[in-house]
Structure formats: structure tokens, C-alpha cells
Design a protein around this ligand. Structure first.
Ligand code: UD1
Length: 421
């Protein structure tokens, strides 16, 4: 199994470009199922989740080719199969994003239930209840969701929790429903706005994406479109945190300040200098890091996908910080690994108390999920000596060439084909 070998401490200095947002690219790819015309997408990050989604779409009959950074998808003939098998869904929960488009376009779909994952239970009840509100008949059988509807009908649905992929699934399904749909308590992440922009370019009539209420007037057909996905705010935030943690200086080209507001606020309060421009974000830290509490929440709250990396930062702040996780129930698995590197972290239910600053020392650690892996890489860069981060296949799901980007920023990080014995 591949791993990262990091020799620290290093100071992060220089410029990096944020890649396209994985979480915007995944629903954008799934949107190709809605159209019989070509969909051209650019800015897709070269990460494993994107390859998995393209593989799944290929299985469903979508033809795709890539030329000069543009992926052209054509879903003309989707006759059979209509199923997303367990083997693919289990490696990537976002596979559920094909459910809404498939049932809207074909009138039937069969998608494996994703099951649990390392960071929590993550049910899909809201996706299913939402499709039922649009007239689909939904059944759970043999580990699969089957959804059927001759044609979906516009309807009203209120999410009991604001789910990101749930909102995206329903928004896509409602585009081809007969009549108008009104979705309430929707998730408001920037990636949802980006998907609506793409769908509207395809001919959909969506209003309010990025707000709590989204209205969708169904259309009969969605012709072709071209779209570039937004930059990845989580990747950008990870590099900003790496610079903040190592008293460095970084310019993240492409980072959008408005999409990162909750993180930037905390970084400024903890003593970092920040400068936002059209081109990107600059961060510099020269003084001491002040501890700042965070509580993760759906957008525009502090993103759960940056919680682990922020915890790594707080190990270097002078004093006590409290980190609360409200989105997922089991998302502190990086804390004991940070502890093995010298961090002083105590978990009380969904809160973590971090006492800093603690010198970190290199150790063998193991990644348990995508963002936890990034947290351990950051800790390894700040730590004295050699750190081996195992199971970096998690990292490769969502970070494009992370070791190469970090090397250019001054970190001694290399990918090894196997963990040293
Ligand atoms: C998306 C992101 C993921 C991020 C998460 C929260 C993608 C591909 N992934 O995941 O990186 O960590 O948002 O920002 O965009 N829930 C239910 N019932 C449902 C659906 C969700 O109870 O039907 C709960 C979940 O268990 C969780 C909360 O709602 O507690 C938010 O989850 P959700 O927004 O759905 O996460 P994802 O869309 O899977």
C-alpha cells in the first residue's frame, strides 16, 4: 500500500493553484445522465473519486472522451443497465448522485445502498423521501434502492437535515419533472450553486440555489452545455492551513474568499495576515498562533471537511481551543493519530479540546478517511523527524498530486510504493 514519507519540520512557502472542486465535479458528471446532448466539463480534478464516477457513468452507458482538459460526455443511449452496483458505490458514497438523474431521465433506477463509512452512518433517507415527494415509487431490496416513476411530477419537499448530495440529487431530478418543484431547508454549499449554474446552462429553470429554498420549473429536455467547475475550497483551505501551521507564506491561486469565509475568519482571529484578490488568497503568519474555537455546521458554517486539518493547526496555537463536530458523529479519528505525534487532545463526545502548543515529532500514522489523511500530512510537515502516513489511497480520492504541490511549496514529502518494514 502506498504511503507518504515526510521529513520535517518544513516551512510552507510559495504559490499553489487550487484544482477544480471534487464535490462540484461529481454532481456535474452525474448531470450528464439528464441530457441526450453532449456535456463538456472542464476543470475536473485528476483524483480517484472522479475516475470512479466516470467509470460508473461508463457502466450506465455514458460515452466520454477527454481532450485538452475538457471531458465530453454523451448519454444518448442509456437503455440498460440502469443499475449502480455495490462494487462501485461502496468505494464512493457520492455514487448515489446518479439516482435522481436516472429516474428522471429513464423512469427507473437501481442503485446500491452506500452503507456506513468511516466518519459515520450517513443515511440517504432524505434522498429517497424527496424522490417520493416527486412521485417516485421507492423500494429497498437486497441492498439496493429501486426507484420508478413514469414521469416525475413537480412537488414540494422539505429536507429535515440540509444534505448536500441530497439537495443535488433532488434538484437534478426535478429539472425533468412535469411541473414546478419547491425544495425547502436545502443545503447551501457553493457546489450546489455551481451545479445549478451548469443545469441552467443546459436549459433547466432553477432559482434560489445557494439559498434555503430552491424552485425548479421542470422542462421536457435538457440540451447540451459547457461548464468549468469552481475551484476546490477544501483543497485551497488545506494549503492555507499548512502555511498557517508552519509560520509560512502562501498564495493560493484560484481560491475564492467568499466560499472560504468561515475558515478565513478563524485564521485572521488566530493571528494570520490574509489578503484576498480576484486572483486568489494570500496568507502569511509571522507571530504566535492564538487558539480559536470552531463548531462545524452546514454552509455557511465552518466546513466539516476542514475540521481535521484545523485541529492539526490548533496543536500549534498557544492555549486551549475547542473543536465541535455537528455534521458527522464519528469524525475525530485523526485525534489519536495526532496524539501519537505529541498532540494533547481530549475528546468529549462531539467536542475535542486541544491544548497547545505541543512540539510534534514524526511517527508512523494511519489515515482513516480523506480529510483525516490531509490533517496527518500537515502534522508531518510541522513535526520534527520522519513521519510515515499510511493508507494514502484515502488522500488520493480528493487531493490532486498533493505530494508534488507540497514539494513545490518547500515540504519534504515523497510517495513510497509501500510502507517501510
Ligand atoms: C457532502 C460532501 C462531503 C461533506 C458533506 C458535509 C460531496 C460529494 N460530499 O457529503 O465532502 O463532508 O457533504 O458537508 O459533496 N443525512 C441524513 N439523511 C440523508 C442525508 C444526509 O440524515 O438522507 C445527514 C448525514 O448523516 C450528515 C448530514 O446529513 O449527518 C450531512 O450529510 P450530507 O450533506 O448528506 O453529506 P454528503 O452529501 O454525503
Amino acid at each position: 500500500m502506498e504511503c507518504f514519507r515526510i521529513v520535517g519540520p518544513n516551512r510552507i512557502q510559495g504559490e499553489v493553484t487550487a484544482g477544480g472542486a471534487k464535490n462540484a465535479a461529481l454532481p456535474a458528471l452525474a448531470a450528464s445522465l439528464l441530457s441526450d446532448g453532449p456535456l463538456e466539463l472542464s476543470g475536473l480534478p485528476a483524483v480517484r473519486d472522479i475516475r470512479t464516477m466516470r467509470h460508473l457513468l461508463g457502466h450506465l452507458g455514458v460515452e466520454s472522451e477527454e481532450r485538452a482538459g475538457v471531458v465530453r460526455l454523451q448519454a444518448t443511449d442509456l437503455a440498460r443497465p440502469d443499475d449502480a452496483p455495490y462494487e462501485l458505490v461502496k468505494t464512493m458514497r457520492a455514487s448515489i448522485l446518479v439516482l435522481g438523474p436516472l429516474v428522471a431521465r429513464l423512469g427507473h433506477a437501481r442503485v446500491s445502498l452506500p452503507g456506513g463509512c468511516a466518519i459515520g452512518v450517513r443515511p440517504i433517507d432524505q434522498h429517497l423521501a424527496g424522490l417520493e415527494a416527486l412521485g417516485a415509487e421507492v423500494q429497498l431490496e437486497h441492498g439496493y434502492v429501486t426507484a420508478r416513476a413514469r414521469r416525475l411530477a413537480g412537488g414540494a419537499f422539505r429536507f429535515t437535515v440540509p444534505t448536500v448530495t441530497g439537495t443535488e440529487n433532488l434538484m437534478m431530478a426535478a429539472c425533468l419533472a412535469k411541473g414546478t418543484s419547491v425544495l425547502d431547508n436545502c443545503a447551501r454549499e457553493p457546489e450546489i450553486r455551481d451545479l445549478a449554474t451548469l443545469l441552467n446552462k443546459m436549459g433547466a429553470r432553477i432559482q434560489g440555489a445557494g439559498e434555503e429554498r430552491i424552485e425548479i420549473e421542470g422542462v421536457d429536455r435538457l440540451p447540451s452545455a459547457s461548464h468549468r467547475v469552481i475551484p476546490d475550497r477544501i483543497e485551497a483551505g488545506t494549503y492555507l492551513l499548512a502555511a498557517a501551521m508552519t509560520a509560512g507564506e502562501i498564495f493560493v491561486r484560484g481560491a475564492i474568499a467568499a466560499d472560504l469565509a468561515p475558515l478565513l475568519e478563524k485564521l485572521a482571529e488566530s493571528g494570520c495576515d490574509l489578503e484576498a484578490s480576484e486572483a486568489g488568497l494570500r496568507l502569511r503568519r509571522t507571530g504566535e498562533l492564538k487558539p480559536q474555537d470552531i463548531l462545524t455546521a452546514p454552509h455557511p458554517g465552518f466546513p466539516t471537511d476542514l475540521q481535521a486539518q484545523y485541529m492539526a493547526l490548533m496543536t500549534q496555537a498557544t492555549g486551549l481551543s475547542t473543536i465541535g463536530e455537528t455534521v458527522f458523529e464519528n469524525r475525530f479519528q485523526h485525534a489519536p493519530e495526532l496524539g501519537r505525534m505529541g498532540a494533547d487532545i481530549h475528546i468529549h463526545g462531539t467536542f475535542a479540546k486541544v491544548h497547545g502548543p505541543t512540539p510534534l515529532s514524526g511517527a508512523r500514522v494511519m489515515a482513516t478517511d480523506l480529510r483525516a489523511s490531509a490533517c496527518l500530512v500537515l502534522a508531518g510537515i510541522a513535526a520534527v523527524g520522519e513521519t510515515i502516513v499510511g493508507r494514502i489511497y484515502h488522500l488520493d480520492r480528493g487531493y490532486e498530486g498533493m505530494e508534488l504541490k507540497l514539494q513545490r511549496l518547500g515540504a519534504m514529502v515523497e510517495r513510497l510504493p509501500a510502507e517501510p518494514t
